[in-house]
Design a protein around this ligand. Structure first.
Ligand code: GLP
Length: 230
């Protein structure tokens, strides 16, 4: 695992350059994007890039809440569309749903597999919506959200009681199959889970710790998120 500690601004630029580099080399490659607060700065950087054509890129949303209306601004798909896809002219967008979950990994494979995945991390170690105790061998599936995750998302939904109970997510196997992984974490509230990600046992207790075994994994941290690392 490569760990880079730097300012948010520099990391946003670096992650955007890495993604753009892959798309420049292989314009029709498949890239998976996380929703949430963490990658917003990366999406701004990508949106400002004039010299890379993203129009042939196959964009995969990593996860989606269940039971939200198609036009609900709080959905991952609508967030990514507003912040990224509409700005870059990306039209080949793949969103996991309960209906297509079973075939979603095959859909990824038919696009050549994920060239790159950009991840955030939940304070309980979830990636996508793979909560603690998710088995490593999981492909895209419907997942039950934990109370901790619902609390983490309470602000976004105007109260944890409004956060859906379930979501569809790429599985840990799906995520770990990506050729290149970037995981970003910012802020003091992520410091403890980042410590577990880096030093913890690779058990299902901390799903993100599975990424310790990935050959091309880059962990990007601001000084606050890195503050518990030695
Ligand atoms: C969620 C999402 C993830 C996201 C993570 C961190 O629950 N399913 O895709 O990376 O939480 O969110 P944030 O970046 O807002 O801290």
């Amino acid at each position: 695992m490569k760990i880079i500690v730097d300012s948010k601004e520099k990391l946003n630029k670096l992650a955007a350059e890495m993604i753009a580099g892959h798309v420049s080399e292989k314009p029709d490659c498949a890239v998976a994007f996380a929703a949430g607060n963490t990658p917003v700065g990366v999406y701004e950087e990508l949106a400002n890039m004039q010299n890379v054509d993203f129009s042939k890129c196959e964009a995969f949303n990593i996860c989606e809440y269940e039971h939200l209306a198609a036009d609900d601004e709080r959905s991952c798909a609508n967030q990514l569309k507003a912040q990224l896809y509409s700005k870059l002219g990306i039209t080949k967008i793949h969103t996991p749903t309960a209906e297509n979950a079973e075939g979603f990994d095959a859909e990824i494979a038919s696009c050549g597999g994920l060239e790159m995945i950009l991840l955030g991390i939940g304070t309980n170690g979830h990636i996508g919506f793979n909560e603690p105790a998710t088995l490593f061998a999981t492909e895209t599936h419907v997942a039950q959200l934990t109370d901790k995750t619902k609390q983490m998302k309470a602000e976004h939904f105007g109260g944890s009681e409004n956060v859906p109970d379930t979501a569809v997510t790429m599985g840990l196997k799906t995520i770990c199959s990506a050729k290149n992984v970037i995981l970003m974490a910012f802020g003091e509230e992520k410091a403890e889970i980042v410590h577990k990600l880096v030093y913890g046992k690779t058990s299902t207790y901390v799903p993100a710790a599975m990424l310790q075994m990935h050959m091309n994994m880059t962990l990007m941290l601001d000084p606050e998120a890195a503050s518990k690392l030695d």
